[in-house]
Each structure stands twice: as structure tokens, then as C-alpha cells.
Ligand binder design. Structure first.
Ligand code: SAM
Length: 237
């Protein structure tokens, strides 16, 4: 996907990028490639793939969820900033918090945010298991999202405790995510979330399959979740 196709593809979904936003995506691409030479940020480095599989793919969440206005969003395990930084570029009013357990990635994101002059972005070096027990963050976000971090049954324990009651959790997955939803049924119910929407679609050009699940947080999460670092992965709810 070249830059022109990217801009047109978003426009088809009602997202029009200004010159400034287009330039921010260009700078993002350049910094990603530059820093990737020093540290492992992404296996994808050619421009058409970055625009399709990182930038466009991240923004697909906004095709299904209204991100306009002042909303707080937490991105769990954002790595090099996906999906929240492309979303922040498109929807500048968002207040973004990123939590990642790898400090060097947080270092990249801090530099990126300053170069792109992004406001209201906040980076935390922590395990999501600890972060979700911190009263400053627990059940505080309108939206919590994650892409390519863990199986849904595990991911739900990392993300749902951060969502405020009445908020949503967006899980962005590749193909065949239906099994994961069935496996995560108990975890979601224990944590206080229910499935609201399930979207399956293919990315343009390469036709790779994607799924986006949107969950409503209907009840507060019991205090014991998330459990200690590593436990959700070792023994999912
Ligand atoms: C495969 S990368 C995906 C990055 C990004 N979301 C994307 O889609 O490109 C997974 C990221 O999650 C982070 N991560 C994994 N487990 C975590 C946890 N328990 N708490 C916080 N971050 C975690 C890793 O450090 C890594 O940056």
C-alpha cells in the first residue's frame, strides 16, 4: 500500500488526513526504520508493508468504534506504537496511555512522540499485570486496546481490569480468532466484560484476514485480577 492508497483507503472510511497528519505518518515511518537498525522494533520495514500492516491495520479499529472527541485510550503492549499511535495521529483529541514491559520500546515511543509533537500521550514501563492493580490506572480508561500481545483468554485479564465500567475493550487479531473467543468466554465473564461486536474483514491489497472484537465492560472486575506477572499466561482463567 503506497502512501496515496493509504490516504484514499482511509478517506473511504471517512478519515481525511491533513497535510500535517500525512507528514506525521512519513516521520513515523522514517523513525521506525532508523531506530529499527539499533533495536528490534518490527520485522516489517519496507514502506508499502509498514503503511498497510502497521499504519492502516492499526486504524481499522476506528472503522468500527467512534474515536472522535475527548476519550482516554490505553494500549497494552504497544511495542513500536501499534495500534495507538496511528490512531492518535488520526484522532488528535485522544488521550493515549501506552504500557509496555520493554523499556527500550518505551524509549523509542518517547522520542517518536516528541518528534511528532503529539500531545496527551503518556508512556509507562510496566507489566500490564502490575499496571492493572495500580489505583491510578485501574478501571480508568474509556477504551483499552491491544494488538498481537497474547491469546484472548490471557489478554482479557491484562486489559479488562483497566477499562472503566461502561467502557470498551478492543482486541485486534489476525485470522481464526473465533476459537480464541470461545476459549475466553469464562475469563471475560469473570472479569465483567461481554462481547458487543465481532468484525471479520480482509486488509486491502494483500487480503490478509483480520478480526476485531469489541467488548462492553458491564461490571467491575474482581480485585484479584489481574493476578501476578506471568500467572495469566501460565494459567488463564
Ligand atoms: C508482539 S509485540 C506487539 C506490539 C504491537 N502491539 C503491534 O501490534 O505491533 C507484543 C508487545 O507486548 C509487550 N508485552 C507482552 N506482554 C506484556 C505484559 N504482560 N505487559 C506489558 N507489555 C507486554 C511486549 O514487550 C511487546 O512490545
Amino acid at each position: 500500500m503506497n502512501e496515496e492508497q493509504f490516504i484514499l483507503g482511509l478517506k473511504e472510511h471517512g478519515i481525511e488526513l491533513s497535510d500535517k497528519q500525512q507528514e506525521q505518518f512519513r516521520q513515523y515511518f522514517e523513525l521506525l526504520v532508523e531506530w529499527n537498525e539499533k533495536m528490534n522494533l518490527t520485522a516489517i520495514t519496507d514502506a508499502p508493508s509498514v503503511y498497510l500492516k502497521h499504519f492502516y491495520d492499526s486504524i481499522t479499529a476506528a472503522f468500527y468504534v467512534d474515536l472522535n472527541g475527548l476519550k482516554t485510550i490505553c494500549d497494552v503492549g504497544a511495542g513500536a506504537g501499534f495500534p495507538s499511535i496511528p490512531l492518535k495521529i488520526c484522532f488528535p483529541e485522544l488521550h493515549v496511555t501506552i504500557v509496555d514491559s520493554l523499556n527500550k520500546r518505551i524509549g523509542f515511543l518517547e522520542h517518536l512522540a516528541s518528534m511528532l509533537q503529539l500531545e496527551n500521550v503518556h508512556f509507562v514501563h510496566a507489566r500490564a499485570e502490575d499496571f492493572g492493580q495500580n489505583p491510578k490506572y485501574r478501571e480508568k480508561f474509556d477504551i483499552v486496546t491491544a494488538r498481537a500481545v497474547a491469546r484472548l483468554s490471557v489478554l482479557a485479564e491484562l486489559c479488562v481490569p483497566l477499562v472503566k465500567k461502561g467502557g470498551i475493550f478492543i482486541s485486534m487479531k489476525g485470522a481464526a480468532a473465533g476459537d480464541e473467543l470461545a476459549d475466553a468466554k469464562k475469563a471475560l465473564s469473570v472479569l465483567g466484560a461481554v462481547i458487543k461486536e465481532e468484525h471479520s474483514f480482509t486488509l486491502p491489497i494483500e487480503n490478509s484476514e483480520r478480526s476485531i472484537f469489541v467488548f462492553d465492560k458491564e461490571k467491575n472486575t474482581p480485585k484479584k485480577y489481574p493476578r501476578k506477572p506471568g500467572v495469566p499466561n501460565k494459567s488463564p482463567i
